[in-house]
Design a protein around this ligand. Structure first.
Ligand code: PMP
Length: 408
């Protein structure tokens, strides 16, 4: 008799690799994301965080969050629609709309939910064109929508142009892309995307989860980076990266934001952002606006990291941002590399499918504005040492190729 609980992960190559190597890069307990962290009670460099500006431990952000908890408690205990709206929601939304230069903004509980909300815009006669490297939350948002999905090869503008040309000229169209790609650290080709959108009467939605706060002279994201502030029709984003908080962002024309507030199920049926996260978001935005040195610092560190890795013979792909993927290839090699770096005192992210295509595993390194020059030197030393050291064998006699995966 079939049982829905009878599942195993044997089809996951990364899981197989973990079994084979005995290395567990996932769900490892860390402490703060303050440049350094604790793993297994040992202090290591945190080079695997999305806290690019180093704000999750900033005393001003912490004080604002603590104060909000004292004033409003720990939870809103319900959805915005009914009982979950605080003055802080309105304040953060107004600030974000002003920052992004949009008519309106709405905050939701996570960036994932912000992208799921996009489903409400996608009717059955519409067509959505999506970059193949888009984040899983965008992919799921599009899957939930009724529109036909057409995938274009990652940042391949010729392919997108071809697909747009072939599409029904009368259908409502939308192009959806990450602004800064979360695994590659590369940027969408915004000038070409906006030109194609204009030519084919398509809307352009950009997920700025990683670039809002980070890129552009004032931190307003990928559009500002390209000198095209205002060129994006609709923004989604998150507060969990540059804002050192947690929460999702939807920003664009007021009527669209208002429609989503009332139609998107991920907003309607989920408890709202809690007080601490809201206040942290507002305090972080103050810092994003007033301390541009953080952007300069992290981008400079990233450039030095990429150059240093290239000198060591590592391939960091198309990265131009603080997300620096080091190409490894097979999952077992990636797990071993991750462990060697940890042994050398550097915590990174091991990324396999579905985060990247099968067989194209990377070690994702991310730097933060609060990393010191010494941290950078130690990250590079770790990569140099990892290259020299032989690949470790299985770490535990209990975990071998023969062991049935379902037993774990
Ligand atoms: N979009 C992108 C590009 C992301 O990388 C992420 C998170 N990794 C999200 C959306 C989801 O954001 P959140 O973590 O706030 O749910």
């Amino acid at each position: 008799m079939a049982d829905v609980f009878e599942k195993d992960l044997s089809s996951s190559t990364f899981f197989q690799a973990m079994v084979r190597t005995g290395i567990r890069p996932f769900y490892r307990s860390t402490h703060t994301h303050d440049g350094e962290t604790l793993v297994d009670g040992r202090s290591v460099i945190m080079a695997g965080s999305n806290d690019y500006l180093g704000l999750s431990t900033d005393p001003r952000v912490i004080a604002a969050a603590a104060d909000a908890v004292r004033r409003y408690g720990t939870s809103c205990s319900g959805a915005r629609t009914l009982n979950g709206t605080l003055p802080l929601h309105g304040e953060l939304e107004a600030r974000l709309a002003n920052f992004l230069g949009t008519e309106a903004a709405a905050v939701v509980t996570t960036g994932f939910q912000a992208n799921l909300a996009i489903a409400a815009l996608l009717g059955k006669d519409d067509i959505v064109f999506s970059d193949m490297a888009n984040h899983a939350s965008l992919v799921d948002g599009l899957r939930l929508g009724a529109a036909r999905r057409v995938l274009y090869r990652h940042s391949d503008m010729d392919h997108l142009a071809e697909l747009l040309t072939e599409a029904d000229p009368d259908a409502a169209k939308v192009i959806v892309t990450d602004g800064m790609f979360s695994m590659g650290g590369d940027l969408c080709h915004l000038p070409e995307l906006t030109a194609l959108a204009r030519r084919h009467h398509a809307r352009l939605i950009v997920d700025g989860a990683h670039d809002i706060g980070l890129l552009g002279a004032r931190g307003r994201g990928v559009a500002e980076h390209f000198g095209m502030h205002g060129a994006i029709d609709f923004h989604t984003g998150t507060l969990s990266k540059c804002f050192g908080s947690t929460g999702g962002i939807l920003a664009g024309p007021a009527h669209v934001v208002d429609y989503l507030r009332h139609a998107a199920r991920s907003i309607l049926f989920s408890a709202s952002m809690p007080p601490a996260a809201l206040a942290a978001g507002v305090a972080a935005l103050d810092i994003i606006e007033s301390e541009p040195w953080r952007r300069d610092r992290v981008l400079n560190l990233a450039e030095r990291l990429r150059n240093g890795l290239a000198l060591l013979g590592y391939d960091t792909g198309q990265s131009v941002t603080p997300v620096v993927p080091v190409r490894i290839g097979e999952a077992a090699d990636c797990a071993r590399m991750w462990q060697k770096l940890l042994d050398e005192g550097v915590f990174t992210n091991a990324i396999g499918a579905p985060g990247v295509p099968e067989g194209q595993c990377v070690i994702r390194v991310a730097v933060q504005a609060t990393h010191t020059d010494d941290h950078l030197a130690r990250i590079l030393d770790a990569f140099a040492a990892a290259r020299r050291r032989p690949v470790a064998g299985p770490r535990s006699p209990q975990t071998t190729d023969q062991e049935p995966v379902s037993a774990r």
